[in-house]
Design a protein around this ligand. Structure first.
Ligand code: AMP
Length: 500
């Protein structure tokens, strides 16, 4: 994505706007700090000589971020040098260390996306012993070799703090990590992470760790452009709407229709045009003030940095207006599909089906922490494969759920998928029984490490809900601890549309 120095000011404007919005709903944010776990990624030089790097790396490395004026409503526990450390493990360790040492000052915690925040909690689960030992002795571990990071942390570890170390050790050593965030950071008022869109699946795990804290999705943004903010930050994740800021880009909207979870373009006689498979198709583009409540659109942006009528692939539904600026519910990112025959399962359909199925596990003390899928066409007929990473609640010694329960989960997923899928399964026999492969803990961290090694940014990483890369599937397959197939053929009967 092209970027310009001037655009950094626009981003700063955007971030600054979030502060008064939060202050309107939460008191006393000037009385402490935010523990935000933020990361950068190495940049590469392109043949043109221009640098290429993820958008957040650009922002955190800019003087807009590093030389930001002091604002007591926006003080972080992480020293900039720990955020700007290129080694993501050292960065994570040092940021958590600083957050723990300043635990009594922390008023809010967060990361950009829910997945990054949960990754930090997992890191804490793996490293709390060492962190406590550093706090106890007042010396940071030898493997923290980045000089600026070491230096930044040392100022927080200027003396041994055995009482603090004992307290953290006691809490982390407890039987269950349920509500651990409230225990370690008792003044926390909310968790600031994006939990809309594909991140919604993390909500139960976040709720498990948070002890009932509000989950706040403040903004809707991308590498292309920062789009809008949430003017009611304390609303339930499912009710979150983002208000587009009309000064961030020139926004247009391609009307789309959503039937049975399928998004289709509305083709019109007049308006702008795009090419589709060699033929010319006329598509009406709607302006910012002309969108209609309840209608679905794909967002199209013309940005200050050089994108012209760029289709973002994001499908939004209009929920209302703030003055004349439209507000949107984020529906999904287009074209994330599983398909074996004529079926097309998108990210939202899959999330819904998985959400139904995982309910079955909860009474047995299992939480689904991560999932992805792929269409296995190596055998005929092909079938959907879901990879599930499960976590036990503190009181459950079993490593995986009963086989029959998992078979039922497979069936519930199938029953929850759309009628085309069920028809293929029941009438056409063109799709085989759905399979769930349970993977061992840490598998999705390995997947993320793989994606990061392929160029994904740690900050912006989102677990792909559908995997196509053979290497990624190999990573998941090598960690499978159990496989189970659906034993029931899902219900299907022809509906009007299909018999026509
Ligand atoms: P990236 O440029 O890789 O950071 O990805 C940007 C994409 O992430 C957007 O186009 C959306 O699909 C998704 N995204 C960003 N913010 C949100 C949000 N608040 N809710 C749901 N999806 C989001």
């Amino acid at each position: 994505m092209p970027s310009t120095a001037e655009d950094l000011d626009r981003k700063t404007f955007f971030y600054n706007l979030l502060i008064p919005v939060m202050n309107k709903y939460v008191d006393g944010l000037d009385q402490g700090k935010g523990m935000y776990l933020l990361f950068i990624k190495p940049e590469i030089s392109t043949p043109s000589g221009l640098m290429a790097r993820p958008v957040l790396t650009s922002y955190y490395k800019s003087s807009n971020f590093r030389n930001r004026p002091f604002n007591r409503f926006n003080v972080y526990t992480s020293p900039d040098d720990t955020i700007l450390c290129l080694d993501s493990k050292q960065s994570m360790y040092c940021q958590l260390l600083c957050g723990l040492v300043q635990r009594e000052e922390v008023l809010r915690v967060g990361a950009v996306f829910a997945s990054a925040f949960l990754r930090a909690i997992k890191f804490l689960e793996d490293h709390w012993g060492e962190l406590c030992s550093n706090i106890r002795t007042g010396c940071v571990s030898d493997w923290i070799t980045d000089p600026s990071c070491r230096n930044a942390v040392s100022s927080f570890l200027s003396k041994p703090q055995p009482d603090l170390a004992d307290f953290i050790e006691f809490e982390c050593n407890g039987e269950s990590w349920e509500g651990i965030i409230k225990k370690l950071w008792p003044r926390t008022k909310y968790i600031e992470v994006i939990v809309t869109g594909s991140m919604a699946q993390y909500i139960p795990t976040l709720e498990f760790y948070s002890g009932g804290l509000p989950l706040v999705s403040t903004m809707y943004a991308s590498s292309e452009c920062y789009y809008g903010i949430n003017l009611k930050p304390l609303s339930k994740p499912s009710d979150v709407s983002y208000t587009l800021l009309p000064n961030m880009a020139y926004f247009e909207f391609l009307p789309v229709q959503k039937n049975n979870g399928e998004v289709t373009q509305q083709v019109q006689r007049n308006g702008g045009c795009i090419k589709k498979e060699g033929e010319r198709v006329e598509i009406e583009v709607v302006g910012l003030v002309d969108v209609k409540v309840g209608h679905y659109y794909e967002l199209v942006v013309t940005t200050f940095t050089g994108l012209y009528r760029y289709r973002t692939g994001d499908i939004l539904m209009v929920t209302g207006f703030y003055n004349n600026a439209p507000q949107f519910w984020f529906v999904q990112r287009r074209n994330v599909v599983l398909s074996i025959d004529t079926d097309k399962t998108n990210e939202e359909d899959l999330l819904k089906a998985v959400t139904q199925a995982k309910l079955l596990l909860e009474p047995y003390g299992f939480l689904l922490t991560e999932y992805t899928s792929y269409a296995d066409t190596s055998s005929i007929p092909g079938h959907y494969v879901l990879f599930w990473e499960l976590k036990t609640r503190g009181n459950n010694d079993l490593s995986k759920p009963d086989h029959t329960v998992m078979e039922q989960c497979c069936s519930i997923v199938e029953e929850s998928l759309d009628s085309v899928y069920r028809r293929c399964r029941r009438r056409d026999n063109s799709i085989g029984p759905l399979e769930i492969r349970m993977v061992k803990p840490g598998t999705f961290d390995a997947l993320m490490d793989f994606c990061v090694s392929q160029g994904s940014s740690v900050n912006q990483y989102k677990t792909p809900r559908c995997i196509k890369s053979k290497e990624a599937i190999k990573i998941l397959d090598s960690r499978v601890v159990g496989k189970v197939f659906s034993k029931k053929v899902p219900f299907w009967e022809p509906c009007k549309m299909e018999t026509k």
